[in-house]
Design a protein around this ligand. Sequence first.
Ligand SMILES: [Zn+2]
Ligand SMILES: [Zn+2]
Length: 257
Amino acid sequence: MLIDSHSHLEMPDYNRDLEEVIDRAKASGVGYIFTVGTEKKDWKRALEIVDSHPSIYAILGVHPHNAKEIDHETYPALKKLCQNEKVRAFGEIGLDFYRDHSPREIQQKRFREQIRLAKELRLPIVVHDREAHHETLDILKSEKAEECGGIIHCFSGDYEMAKACMDMDFFISVPGSITYKNAEGYREIIKKIPLESLLIETDAPFLTPVPFRGKRNEPSYIRYTAQKVAEIKKIPFDKVAEVTTENALHVYRLKSG
Ligand SMILES: [Zn+2]
Ligand SMILES: [Zn+2]
């Protein structure tokens, strides 16, 4: 079994053929999919999807791109929606200094607030960090993020950062870009991270792995990422599937015992 630990099935990219996308994922061995509602307009859609699909779970929060849209109604609304037991984590939250869709100071303030909210809700966090490694780590440390734990999704830092995150009980999640030709340095970093700390994700519809790069991504393609992890670590595909599945079930608290 494989788990796609992070996708965006509520995005309009799937309006036309969502059921087929989900069927293809099942047919290719994907046991669970986690879909991330990143802004107010997507939360309801994410919950609709998980309500009608037993093997799909939700993650809700406000993406750093949308940090500037947070108002006095946002957190009360999220608190309510996160009572749904199919919401397994809070996110994605963090910092994106690549696109800078929201001012950096606002992103940092909202990141801190949402870590506190996740702790209150007793949910692990899903962290988005793009070109803000230093600031992300600073905030995780000063907010004592090890108290909620979680995932650094689409991890793009160096090994030192991975180590610091693992020390705070965070998992490191690997997207399809690990299959890209120019990702040699990235593969070296992932090679050094123990399998016991790794998750795999599609981040669909984005970051489509080779051999489908350039097309829309979907959860069934998670196997190409698993395959690449197996290849660089020189271990069997089944081992990657087994351990990353265990890890995802653990961090999203779906494991009995
Ligand atoms: Zn992200
Ligand atoms: Zn995402």
